[in-house]
Design a protein around this ligand. Sequence first.
Ligand code: KIV
Length: 261
Amino acid sequence: MLDKVSAPNVYAMKRRGDKIACVTAYDYVTAFLSDRSGVDLILVGDSVGNVVLGYESTLPVTMDEMVYHTKAVSRGVHRALLVTDMPLGSYEPSVEVAVQNAVTLVKAGAQAVKLEGDYPEQIKAIVKAGIPVMGHLGMTPQSVHNFGGFKVQGKGEKANVILNQAQSIDQAGVFAIVLELIPAQLANQVTNAISCPTIGIGAGVFCDGQIQVFHDILGLSSTPLKHAKRYAEVGDICITSLQHYVEEVRGSLFPKEEHSF
Ligand code: KIV
């Protein structure tokens, strides 16, 4: 059994040149399976909104929903570091609001929190309260309306904005930064310019680690995404198996003697 992963362990992996494997999971089953696979970090992402709850984006996701899903995930995680996303509106208004909501997520089972954008004061205050913070830059989904859609960020002259933001939150004390949908060369530049690890999603191979959504890895999401690799088509297996079950019920082929008492 591998040792329990902590935020300082994740930070140290960059120095050692060990790549960091991370997965977004939302409930007991997906957390348990991810933890068993040996991933280093499990994120209760606010993508729970669009992937599991049927919202169009992450914007409607509430603190109560993040608390509920964090509790479920925490029951399935034993080794990986459990990080929970701070939803839109839970950290931007003030340092006090940010610390209070981060504490609520830790009480629900999170071992660290993640927040989007350049909020160094909030990051410093949460870290001071004893809670490790992960940053998230690039195509930050909570700012989708500002970006005018889900588009690659940091192209051309805009690269410097992301580089400066990364340096700002690195200095504020994040233990890692997610880089989402940015050019691979910019991710390389950011990775070399900061001391904490970078975790890419659609940000190329030069990041210190990668994060993918459980449902995308396993072929459970409806649309294939350019930045995701489907390692299995579990969705197809589910449909075929369920069709088989329906046929057997209709044909009185299930249950059989061995399923009966
Ligand atoms: O919400 C989420 O799943 C995320 C990852 C995609 C990084 O923020």
